[in-house]
Design a protein around this ligand. Structure first.
Ligand code: XIL
Length: 554
């Protein structure tokens, strides 16, 4: 019955006007069927790609809940589409296993036609479900895409396949909003896009960022362990960066070992030393220094860490117990890394994101909940106690340039400085092309810097949903203005800026897409690892004319 309703509405929908084209997404009404479709049944494992037109009963897509979706036709058109209907859970959508044919780090293009007739815009979310060692991880494959009602919309985007080592990998499509909705899809394809053998050459041929700024500050980037294991990527990293930040793997949720913590004789938390070894050996092998990120943070820190018996169902422990756990965690991480890998980690984000956007303490933090306001100073005391001499201790935060938040943070860091517990301020610098004012940002660098503390730009990216030329030019202008401003502040002695780290290696892997599901082109290298106008604008700060007359050079 439901399906019939849809079919009637579909039949009336033919004349709907085309909607605006989303950045990076092609939009069109669905073409005639002839020639456009590959009808041969093929085996993605043998062929290395997937196509599905749903004509001959070949249905690689199953519901995530196990549902079998039905095939449907529209009006008098005999061609079949897949009808996703009758599900009530937001997450329940078509899913296809890609484990045996999608190549790690391979670059793929997804393409397909989608239609819904709910009467209002709906949103689709394209993601991966990844399984490893009994754990499940979800990752956006592309940005969430809006589809208008009553119109076949072609959705096309490129993405990089997940890294090696998952037991199973599924690609799935689900509602990108709070409610499930019925939709149809057809002519789906997931194909490897290009020969990747020369993928990194342009980035390697471009002037080295770290060499270009060697007199100013250390140039760094955030990355993930599997990226550094990929020799092509590692070569680019060695060429451009002197410092790296592990974007995820040094966080407490990856370092804390729950089983061992529960079994530990003295009740202190235990850690995964092997994971630390993997990271720091990779860094050493590639001659890279590491910013340690992060010790004390409300996010990516398991809730069980704060509970009696390290048990998710236990009560929260008292402040004194938590302080002991905090000390043991910091002691174990700092002593192990400092002794076994001396000199590799040169700075730590001791406390991350403790301030509220409106000033004062962030309340939704287990650290704050269990230990109260004192947790920041305690964390720094322990870090100072166990950090090897010369390893710098930082407070790190985002929206750190909002005036009220800045006032809170500036108060904290100056107080810690008075007690000799801190060496610098980490400005995450996740800024936005449309809203951030460069003057306000640079003024903030100066404010944090005027105490003489070091300032590090720890996670710079500029959110920019426009991949078009105009958007990319504006992005370049903003990068140029920020970086030249930083160099001026450094040279004039107004702020002791010691590091500039980009949050990600290329637009392809940016967390703004993968984690937040937004369309964004925020970095210096594009999704194909080509240096962007923004890269040239950054180099131009030191090599004037670069932006105008770009020639590739090593
Ligand atoms: C982000 C990572 O990049 C994502 O992969 C992860 O899913 C969430 O965290 N501020 C921080 C970083 O201090 O640790 C965050 O990193 C981005 C915001």
């Amino acid at each position: 019955m439901r399906r019939r309703n849809i079919m009637i509405m579909v039949a009336m929908a033919g004349l709907t006007a085309a909607m605006a084209v989303l950045p990076g997404m092609a939009e069109t009404t669905r073409m005639g069927q002839e020639g456009a479709v590959e009808t041969t049944v093929h085996n993605p494992v043998a062929d290395g790609y997937l196509t599905a037109d749903f004509e001959d009963g070949y249905q690689p897509f199953a519901g995530r809940s196990g549902k079998v979706w039905s095939l449907a036709t529209e009006g008098s058109d005999p061609n079949q589409v897949l009808l996703i209907s009758g599900h009530t859970d937001v997450w329940d959508g078509p899913s296809v296993e890609v484990t045996d044919w999608m190549k790690p780090f391979g670059r793929y293009t997804f393409s397909g036609y989608f239609k819904q007739v709910t009467g209002s815009d709906q949103r689709l979310d394209f993601s991966f479900e990844l399984h490893k060692d009994g754990k499940t991880e979800y990752r956006n494959a592309g940005a969430k895409v809006d589809i208008p009602s009553n119109l076949w919309k072609k959705i096309e985007f490129t993405f990089t396949a997940p890294e090696d080592g998952f037991d199973t990998m599924k690609f799935y499509i689900q509602s990108g909003k709070d409610e499930a909705f019925d939709f149809m899809m057809d002519e789906i394809s997931i194909r490897q896009e290009e020969d990747v053998s020369n993928r990194y050459q342009a980035a390697l041929d471009a002037y080295s960022l770290k060499d270009t700024f060697q007199d100013d500050f250390l140039f760094g980037a955030a990355l993930l362990v599997p990226e550094l294991k990929n020799e092509g990527i590692a070569e680019v990293v060695r060429h451009h960066y002197g410092s790296i930040t592990f974007g995820n793997e040094f966080k407490p949720d990856n370092i804390l070992n729950r089983e061992a913590s529960q079994a530990s004789a003295d009740g202190s938390p235990e850690i995964h030393y092997d994971r630390i070894d993997e990271m720091l050996q990779l860094a050493q092998k590639n001659g890279l220094k590491v910013r340690g990120h992060v010790l004390v943070w409300h996010s990516q820190t398991p809730d069980w860490f704060f509970r009696v018996g390290y048990n998710p169902d236990g009560e929260y422990v008292d402040a004194a117990t938590m302080s002991l756990r905090m000390e043991a965690y910091i002691r174990k991480v700092l002593t192990y890394t400092g002794t076994k890998y001396p000199g590799v980690i040169y700075a730590w984000d001791v406390v991350n994101e403790a301030a509220d956007d409106n000033g004062g303490y962030r309340k939704n933090s287990n650290w704050y909940r269990v230990m109260g306001e004192g947790f920041i100073e305690e964390a720094f005391r322990y870090a100072r106690k166990y950090a090897p001499a010369g390893v710098k201790l930082f407070y790190n935060d985002y929206n750190e340039y909002y005036p009220v938040k800045r006032e809170t943070i500036d108060g904290w860091i100056k107080d810690l400085q008075g007690k000799g517990l801190i060496d610098g301020m980490g400005m995450q610098s996740h800024v936005d092309l449309r809203t951030t004012k460069v003057d306000n940002f640079l003024e903030t660098v100066e404010i944090y810097g005027n105490s003489g503390l070091e300032v590090q730009i720890t996670e710079l990216d500029i959110h920019n949903p426009d991949s078009g030329v105009a958007g990319q030019m504006k992005l370049a202008d903003m990068y140029g203005a920020i970086v030249s401003g930083l160099c001026e502040l450094k040279q004039s002695g107004k702020a002791n800026i010691t590091n500039l780290t980009l949050w990600g290696l290329s637009d392809d892997g940016t967390w703004l897409v993968q984690n937040r599901g937004e369309q964004s082109y925020p970095l210096l290298f594009d999704g194909k690892w080509q240096p962007k106008e923004a890269y040239r604008a950054v180099i131009d700060v030191k090599i004037p004319g670069m932006r105008q007359q770009y020639q590739t050079k090593r």
